[in-house]
Design a protein around this ligand. Structure first.
Ligand code: FMN
Length: 257
């Protein structure tokens, strides 16, 4: 069954390639580069293959599971999500962005209090520069190609009785992870950042004292890794994790664990 499927795939790709080669040869005979290009586009679309010209801007984001190996089997998206830095500089629509926040909205939280809030700036708007200037230089070097910068904050006290919200950061973290997973699912780069000036963020974004500044995130369309400084190009790949047995223990904590 499997070898039959493989055979079918190779047979059809062979036919497709032959057809493509044949048609391109015929087009060459016409000696009209613009006609040849247009015809090739039509042919590739008919064969459901991406136009090479468009492939330049549409960079493929590799999936974590192409490199990562879990200790135990898990859902693919958990392995696949990672934090690339290479982005194209293209804008993303409000609708596309709101889907990430919508995912964050459904994260669990203590008392369902949803203490997290998010402030954001989209590229090309009046707020972009204020958010961008919060970043340390090392993050500016790649986040300059993001479409959106987000600052996650959390409310320090519960609204209903004004007692401290002990798990506010934990809950904001859950919201952030939903945000990141949804973004990855939509084919976007989503990269968390703590490399920014927290005090400046409070001041510039007029964040009141009753909120804690948690972290920032850059969101954008994937770009080719060549847009990154050389040092970052070398690190542009899904990373690994410590062994599960180094983080999880049955029973109480004791030294040496
Ligand atoms: C809260 C938070 C802060 C981070 N801060 C930065 C940062 O300032 N700069 C950076 O390049 N990456 C930053 N990262 C990305 C982490 O280095 C990355 O998530 C980690 O190495 C795991 O890799 P992965 O996300 O590709 O799985 C941050 C991630 C998180 C969740």
């Amino acid at each position: 069954m499997f070898s039959k499927t493989l055979f079918e795939i190779s047979r059809y790709s062979h036919i497709a390639l032959t057809l493509r080669r044949k048609t391109l040869n015929e087009i060459d005979v016409i000696h009209s580069p613009s006609f040849a290009k247009a015809s090739e586009g039509i042919l590739l679309r008919a064969m459901n293959m991406p136009d090479p010209a468009k492939r330049v801007t549409r960079s493929r984001m590799i999936k974590g599971s192409e490199i990562r190996e879990p200790d135990y089997p898990i859902e693919a998206i958990l392995l696949d999500r990672w934090s690339p830095r290479a982005m194209s500089g293209e804008e993303i629509s409000e609708e596309e962005l709101m889907r990430l926040f919508e995912a964050a909205r459904w994260a669990p939280s203590s008392f369902n209090a949803q203490q997290w809030r998010a402030l954001y700036a989209r590229r090309g708007t009046e707020h972009w520069q204020t958010f961008f200037d919060l970043l340390v230089d090392a993050n500016k070097a790649w986040a300059k190609n993001a479409a959106v910068l987000v600052v996650f904050i959390s409310r320090k006290f519960f609204e209903h009785h004004n007692e401290p919200s002990v798990t506010r950061s934990y809950d904001a973290g859950a919201a952030w992870e939903n945000f990141a997973l949804q973004g990855f699912h939509q084919g976007l780069v989503v990269h968390g950042m703590e490399g920014f000036d927290y005090e400046r963020a409070r001041k510039e974004l007029r964040i009141p004292d009753e909120f804690q500044v948690e972290a920032m995130a850059a969101v954008g369309k994937p770009g080719p890794k060549e847009v990154l400084p050389e040092k970052l190009q070398a690190r542009e790949s899904p990373n690994d994790r410590r062994k599960l047995s180094e983080s999880v223990f049955e029973g109480p904590f004791h030294p040496g664990k």
